[in-house]
Design a protein around this ligand. Structure first.
Ligand code: ZN
Length: 426
């Protein structure tokens, strides 16, 4: 690097787009086309001979399809290329153990999204204290809320610029997520203490020094009651529908309201994750987390024949997925935030961290009493305390004993994949 003491930092920034209903409909259409292009690629891949599955061959397939099918043409060429790249990356992620194999994208379950891979296509300018303008291919100039100083205009150069963007639709409408790359002064090495973290079920985040991070339920009691009512209403409206008929406007409205409440919960969850991970990254120099084995987590929730777990349904179903996703995000946030504050994040394989006693380092049968409390049944020890704190201390001890997975490679190890499905699928 030619400039000493400067480091490149890449980050994202999300802003809400101010679209007219007609413009939103255009983006909806493009996103569905991108999804279909993905499905087309996936079909091709499955029919293709192994040695013919090359990027060049796939590119030819997409080009040919764009010529033959008019509707594919509504997708900007760059966005089509981005689908191709994402598809191949998805296989790479799968082979390296970071994600499951790519699948077909269903119309209703797939979040709508579109890539604008080239930053220069965006031509972002600030037009007002609170508004910016961005160019969206095949749509034109669109206003977005300006809430962060972006490197545009005179402030942009080859080291400080917007490198691309992704358009994403959620219950609150279309957003733009900018990818930004800047050069900034390197942080001084963090001299803070070492800490182990456990993602518990009773405590969202338990730290080895005894600190706990709690949160209120993401929806208030009133909102939860409303969600339940809406879900019942949707089920009823769905049952009244004649098979084969398109979704009624009333049912669609109910779905939208449900999605709105869920988006609200997710936004609060994200806020909390950002706050806690920032606090952790500022306080501790070395942060150690467990590489969460999802399969083990389900097992522990189900308990054994002799000691069945409680609330199995909640723990092993939807909650498990949310839990794994949340943990993936937390470690992702910690990874870049610790680096930004001069610290580091390390991952250790998880086996035994919740069954082992951190004080005497043994796994004694029957030691864990419940989800919340750990009581060591080793007569010489007898430590008891919070089960999640115990696990967090084991995580730290494993790191100190040199069991940390190599950075990044930890996520790619095939051994880890066999043992557990890593939670991050991005
Ligand atoms: Zn013990």
């Amino acid at each position: 690097m030619d400039q000493v003491g400067l480091v490149k930092r890449q980050f994202g920034h999300r802003a809400r787009l101010a679209l007219s209903p007609a413009q939103a409909a255009v983006l909806d259409g493009q996103a569905h086309t991108a999804r279909t292009a993905w499905n087309l690629l996936h079909e091709w891949w499955q029919l293709c001979r192994r040695d013919q599955r090359t990027l060049a061959a796939a590119d030819a397939v997409i080009r040919q399809a764009r010529k033959e099918m008019d509707w594919l043409g509504q997708l900007p060429a760059q966005a089509a290329q981005a689908v191709l790249k994402t598809y191949f990356q998805a296989w790479k992620n799968c082979w390296e153990g970071r994600a499951e194999a790519p699948e077909f994208k269903a119309r209703f379950r797939t979040p709508l999204a579109l890539d604008i891979p080239q930053g220069r296509d965006l031509q972002v300018v600030r037009v007002h204290r609170r508004w910016g303008m961005v160019n969206i291919p095949k749509l034109g100039r669109v206003k977005f809320r300006w809430t962060k100083d972006l490197p545009v205009g005179r402030r942009a150069d080859k080291d400080n610029r917007i490198t691309g963007a992704r358009l994403v639709k959620d219950a609150l409408g279309w957003h733009i997520a900018f990818r930004i790359s800047v050069l900034e002064p390197a942080p001084a090495p963090h001299t803070g203490p070492e800490v182990g973290i456990d993602a518990g079920i009773t405590i969202p985040l338990a730290l080895s020094d005894g600190t706990d991070f709690h949160h209120e339920p993401w929806l208030t009691e009133k909102e939860q009651a409303r969600l339940l009512e809406l879900e019942r209403r949707a089920a009823h409206q769905k049952s009244c529908r004649t098979p084969g008929e398109p979704t009624s406007r009333r049912l669609q409205h109910t779905y939208d309201q449900i999605a709105g409440l869920r988006a609200k919960a997710k936004r609060r969850h994200l806020d909390w994750q950002h706050q806690t991970t920032t606090t952790i990254a500022k306080t501790y120099g070395t942060v150690v987390v467990e590489q969460l084995p999802i399969t083990n987590m389900v097992k522990s929730a189900k308990g054994t024949v002799d000691h069945p777990g409680t609330g199995v349904a909640q723990k092993s179903g939807l909650n498990r997925v949310i839990h794994a996703e949340a943990w993936g995000r937390t470690t992702g946030f910690l990874e870049y935030k610790t680096r930004r504050h001069g610290g580091s994040l390390h991952k250790v394989p998880a086996p035994g961290t919740s069954q082992r006693c951190h004080a005497c380092k043994t796994i004694t049968p029957g030691s864990r009493e419940s989800q919340a409390t750990f009581v060591c049944k080793n007569e010489a020890c007898g430590w008891s305390g919070n089960a999640d704190t115990n696990a967090a201390r084991n995580v730290l001890a494993d790191y100190r004993a040199g069991h940390a997975l190599a950075p990044a490679a930890g996520r790619c190890s095939r051994q880890t994949r066999k043992r557990a499905k890593p939670p991050t699928a991005r």
